[in-house]
Design a binder for this molecule. Structure first.
Ligand SMILES: [Zn+2]
Ligand SMILES: [Zn+2]
Length: 190
């Protein structure tokens, strides 16, 4: 998470369907970055490990200092199972909202085009969407996940054979895409 970056805050899942990769991961990654930057000082009470560090990286230092001072003053500032992380909770609500939005827009041109020719989903979002879709579209999701899995496997095999120590970061793209495919983007799942 880079400080001071302008985030593309999406207000709908539809424009994100044109972008590469899992559209839910892309939308939620920007949502998460925006929330970490914009949270007011009195709004956060519980944070998980990931979002404590995310806030430290994303916020202006004086704002982060004031938020952390309040958190360390509170009795149980860290999310530990009994109290959910405030940012994780917001991300989960946004994720459910966007899945419902897509389900309600299945007849729209953007959605039909995506299903027909550009369907890419990480495994967690594929499984979540699959549970809500009409039965006729489920095989399409399954085959998209399977073909993305095969493509990633080929990219990773290629990396494993090609990479020399001097260029070890060159292959980060495929490794990062594989990580997203398996578990969604960083911080989006508790
Ligand atoms: Zn995803
Ligand atoms: Zn969290």
């Amino acid at each position: 998470m880079r400080r001071h970056r302008q985030h593309a805050v999406y207000h709908s899942i539809l424009p994100v369907l044109h972008e590469p990769g899992c559209p839910f991961c892309r939308l939620l990654r920007e949502f998460q970055a925006d929330r970490l930057q914009r949270h007011g000082e009195g709004e956060l009470h519980h944070l998980c490990n990931f979002h404590v560090w995310g806030l430290a990286a994303a916020q202006e230092a004086p704002v982060a200092a004031r938020i952390f001072m309040r958190l360390v003053d509170e009795a149980a500032p860290l999310s530990n199972g009994s109290a959910a992380c405030d940012v994780c909770t917001e991300i989960l609500q946004e994720e459910e909202l966007r899945i419902r939005e897509l389900i309600s827009c299945l007849q729209r041109a953007e959605a039909t085009h995506w299903f027909r020719s550009n369907l890419t989903l990480c495994i967690p979002h594929g499984l979540k969407l699959r549970r809500k879709l009409p039965a006729v579209l489920i095989p399409r999701v399954d085959s998209a996940i399977e073909s993305y899995r095969q493509q990633l496997t080929a990219d990773l095999e290629h990396l494993r054979e090609e990479l020399m120590p001097k260029s070890e970061r060159v292959g980060w793209g495929a490794v990062g895409r594989a990580a997203e495919f398996l578990v969604s983007q960083r911080g989006l799942r508790p």
